[in-house]
Design a protein around this ligand. Structure first.
Ligand SMILES: Cc1cc2nc3c(=O)[nH]c(=O)nc-3n(C[C@H](O)[C@H](O)[C@H](O)COP(=O)(O)OP(=O)(O)OC[C@H]3O[C@@H](n4cnc5c(N)ncnc54)[C@H](O)[C@@H]3O)c2cc1C
Length: 252
């Protein structure tokens, strides 16, 4: 499993200063914080115009902590990340895309993309049992062989239906049929954009489930990455290890 961050929060300090000048006020900035953290702080301050004389001595970290404590988490929606997750299974992404609020997804299409050479994501727990591993190998081999056979035989087919369609349309039709036999373990790639509030919800409900191994790995990878980019937004989460060494998220 790999995660690539391709988009991240970008704070335009000059624009903020121009706005504050227009309001005859200013902002006391905490040194050494990230753009994501500044965006959240400033967005929160807009609610009360707590700049200049109205600004409390709270540091950026304390300010964000307080927003979260008070449940004023809509402010966290102003920062989002876009990442690509690769080397994950369709089983995993099926669960991931259930998150409706604050998430956007773009996933590899099994209608446009030929899956003949698809990789498979092997559940780590199979290492514990040769029998289980062999059963998994047998089943996935049979599925991928069936996929190839379906594609090949339908490509050779010159039915009435294939005549009425363009080559591309027919290819889509037969991939749609063939993909129905591909296993949940089929590797996929998914582009994900999510805001900090949605990510916090995801980490809380998904990263903490001992029985969901791939989800725990993904959640830990996401937390590890975003907590470097916005520590104060995620410092109530930590990554601990289960007895087998795999990660699990703990929320304070
Ligand atoms: C342990 C576990 C077991 C699960 N088992 C199953 C299962 O067996 N079958 C299954 O289908 N799914 C299952 N799910 C998926 C689960 O039901 C959710 O679809 C998924 O976790 C997304 O969570 P969410 O709805 O909170 O997130 P989001 O869709 O991102 O929503 C975030 C929050 O917004 C609010 N919200 C969103 N939509 C609405 C709405 N329509 N009305 C009111 N409030 C809303 C809620 O507060 C929600 O928590 C399971 C999830 C977990 C964590």
């Amino acid at each position: 499993m790999k995660l690539y961050v391709i988009g991240r929060p970008n704070f335009d300090e000059k624009a903020l200063i121009a706005f504050l000048r227009g309001q005859q006020t200013s902002w006391k900035r905490t040194r050494g914080v990230t753009q994501a953290e500044e965006l959240v702080e400033v967005s929160g301050r807009i609610c009360y115009m707590s700049f200049g004389n109205m600004q409390s001595p709270r540091s950026n970290k304390e300010y964000i902590r307080n927003l979260i404590k008070m449940g004023h988490e809509s402010v966290l929606e102003h920062v989002s990340w876009t990442f690509i997750l690769a080397g994950v299974s369709r089983a995993f992404t099926h669960q991931l895309v259930r998150h409706r609020v604050g998430f956007s997804f773009s996933q590899l299409s099994q209608q446009y993309h030929d899956e003949t050479n698809a990789e498979l994501v092997e559940p780590q727990i199979l290492k514990l049992s040769k029998t289980a591993k062999q059963a998994w190998l047998n089943a996935t081999k049979a599925s991928t062989a069936a996929y190839k056979a379906i594609i090949q035989s339908l490509e050779d087919e010159t039915s009435v239906l294939s005549k009425g369609l363009t080559k591309k349309e027919y290819a889509r039709l037969i991939r749609s049929a063939a993909r129905s036999v591909m296993p949940n373990a089929t590797e996929t790639k998914i582009g994900v954009t999510a805001n900090a509030r949605a990510l916090r919800h995801f980490l809380r409900v998904r990263g903490t489930i001992p029985g969901d191994e791939e989800m725990r790995f993904a959640a830990a990878l996401i937390l590890k990455t975003i907590s470097k980019e916005a520590p104060s937004l995620f410092d109530d989460f930590s990554i601990q290890k289960m007895s087998d060494g795999s990660p699990i998220i703990v929320h304070e």
